[in-house]
Ligand binder design. Structure first.
Ligand code: BGC
Length: 560
């Protein structure tokens, strides 16, 4: 790649675009996104102005959990293409100035993975079973070994056929948890990392990074009768955020640093305690962690400011940069969440239980949120389709595929609504996603959000993202990891911060226009409508403070 790899590490402020591969672009017209489709859109991605892509699992898999159930970590699933296509993609991305991050799934394999197949065939107590967590059941084998529950719902144990032993799976029964006390498991994963690093991959997102180590003896959690969903919030949790997990990541970091240029890791760590979260990004551990405080925050000035401050404080305490994301493939899209009266992300609940959605409002807020997010220091993540302002789609029950929907017997909607194939053209069989058809149904009218419909339209979501990303690259205050300075705002529903040199961001969370309390030239506004020099309701602006306009200053900000 053309830039100086010895300067500030690229991952500190990279804009990372999440490619949910089966829904990005379909190159072979089978209705499923693939590497050929992705390769055909590298130009789109580099013109968008991002720095890297994170590709969700593309490995060989029976696809019971969209590929987070891997049966061969060194092979591409044939429906996505081949290893040589993967190699070409990496080469083409690098040539276009884009880094490539893959998703590694170390907590569990697929039940179709050869090591699990072998473990099942082997007898209880045999070395082959030591790769996983097999235990004798209680009550003479009839009850699970402990009371742990799956994150997707129901018991976290499945009984081996014709045996008293059960195996542990914190997710679906098709995803048996690996035993990370096994040195063989550790060696195997380091080998997998090397395999992809040698192929040119720049980093990994670590799936469920907090769950690998389990408390010795696998003690009960003491769930009340009838509990269905795993509770991940308890302190000293027996299968979450154990201190012993850090040793694994220290070893991975050494491995990544042995490459030239060094490779990086980003942890998926749903940890609510900022101090505990920061441990994952200590200088000799992982480089960054996904920011779930920000992703879960309600769209309100107090909540967003707290999420921003606590995220920066947590990572800065160990010298790591902060990341930001508004949505991903596991949660509702930001337009949908922000279109509700309660804009928090409420775990374990989705769909109509959360109340009606006003998508128009959600879009206005999501545009403002895009400007807020891209103005922050550190590394923002963009989930594919958020740059088009897509909302969650209503998937007919018969078409839903998420194991959450299946395991809950239809009680929980699951995540399919956020995973619908992208619209590239305004019409056509699958709106340009492929030739015809898409693996999850695209709703009527999907084409109105297509890239083709938004391209070149200055008022579109896509052009807002493009302009923001362009400015983020060129404005000296943007990007980087330097702090934000908050200022008093004229009203409680307005947030206002500056970054040096000469940059201001003002966000109006309220329904009425607000004065813009800084002198400066508007660089970019989330809402192009003219509000008489005022900031639009639910809008945000970026200001160049070194080039004040003749616009009247409404109020003097006082630095807090
Ligand atoms: C992934 C999910 C997946 C789960 C199990 C996660 O957190 O992002 O999509 O279902 O891990 O692998």
């Amino acid at each position: 790649m053309g830039d100086d790899m010895t300067a500030t590490p690229w991952w500190q402020d990279a804009v990372i675009y999440q490619v949910y591969i089966q829904s990005f672009a379909d190159g072979d017209a089978d209705g499923i996104g693939d590497i050929a489709g992705l390769r055909s859109r590298v130009g789109y991605l580099s013109a968008l102005g991002i720095d890297a892509i994170w590709i969700t699992p593309w490995y060989r898999s029976p696809l019971h959990d969209a590929g987070y159930d891997v049966s061969d970590y060194r092979a591409i699933h044939p429906r996505y293409g081949t290893l040589s296509e993967a190699r070409e993609l990496i080469r083409e991305c690098h040539a276009a100035g884009l880094r490539v991050i893959l998703d590694i799934v170390p907590n569990h394999t697929s039940s179709a993975h050869p090591s699990f197949v072998e473990a099942l065939r082997a007898s209880p107590g045999s070395p082959a079973r030591s790769w996983y967590h097999f235990r004798a059941g209680r009550d003479g084998g009839d009850s699970p070994p402990n009371d742990w529950l799956s994150v997707f719902g129901g018991s976290a144990w499945t009984r081996v056929q014709d045996e008293d032993e059960w195996y542990l799976h914190l997710f679906d029964a098709s995803q048996p948890d690996l035993n990370w006390d096994s040195q063989e498991v550790r060696a195997e994963f380091e080998d997998i990392l090397r395999f992809w690093f040698d192929l040119g991959v720049d980093g990994f997102r670590i799936d469920v990074a907090t769950a690998l180590m389990k408390a010795p003896g696998l003690p009960d959690l003491g769930y009340p009768d009838g509990a269905f969903l795993a509770d991940l919030t308890r302190p000293n949790h027996p299968h979450r955020d154990r201190d012993e997990v850090h040793e694994i990541y220290r070893s991975w970091r050494k491995l990544a640093d042995s490459y030239d240029p060094p490779r990086m890791f980003v942890a998926e760590a749903w940890v609510d305690d900022a101090d505990r979260l920061s441990r994952y990004v200590r200088p000799d551990e992982l480089n960054t962690t996904l920011n779930l405080f920000y992703l879960k925050s309600a769209w309100s000035p107090a909540s967003m400011r707290t999420a921003i401050d606590s995220s920066i404080a947590a990572t800065a305490s160990v010298g790591a940069p902060t990341t930001w994301s508004l949505s991903n493939h596991d949660v509702e899209r930001v337009v949908t969440r922000y279109g509700r009266a309660d804009t928090r992300r409420i775990p374990g609940v989705s769909g109509p239980e959360l109340g009606p959605v006003d998508e128009r409002l959600g879009r206005r807020r999501a545009r403002a949120a895009a400007l807020l997010t891209l103005a922050l220091p550190g590394s923002p993540y963009i989930y594919q389709g958020d740059e088009l302002g897509l909302a969650d789609a209503q998937i007919p029950p018969a078409a839903r595929q998420d194991p959450i929907w299946i395991r809950s017997g239809g009680r929980r909607w699951g995540r399919d609504g956020a995973r619908v194939p992208l619209p590239w053209t305004t019409d056509g069989g699958s709106y340009g996603f492929g030739d015809d058809g898409a693996w999850l149904p695209q709703p009527a009218g999907w084409g109105s959000h297509a890239v083709e419909a938004q391209d070149g339209d200055d008022t579109s979501f896509l052009e807002l993202y493009r302009q923001a990303l362009r400015l983020r690259r060129t404005h000296p205050a943007l990007g980087g990891t330097n702090a934000v300075t908050w200022h008093d705002a004229p009203r409680d529903d307005v947030l206002l911060f500056t970054r040096s040199p000469g940059f201001g961001c003002v966000v109006n969370f309220g329904p009425v226009p607000a004065p813009i309390p800084l002198d400066g030239q508007v660089l970019l506004a989330s809402d192009g409508a003219d509000f008489d020099g005022l900031l639009a309701p639910f809008g945000a602006v970026w200001l160049d403070l070194d080039h004040a306009t003749a616009r009247t200053r409404h109020e003097e900000p006082g630095a807090r």
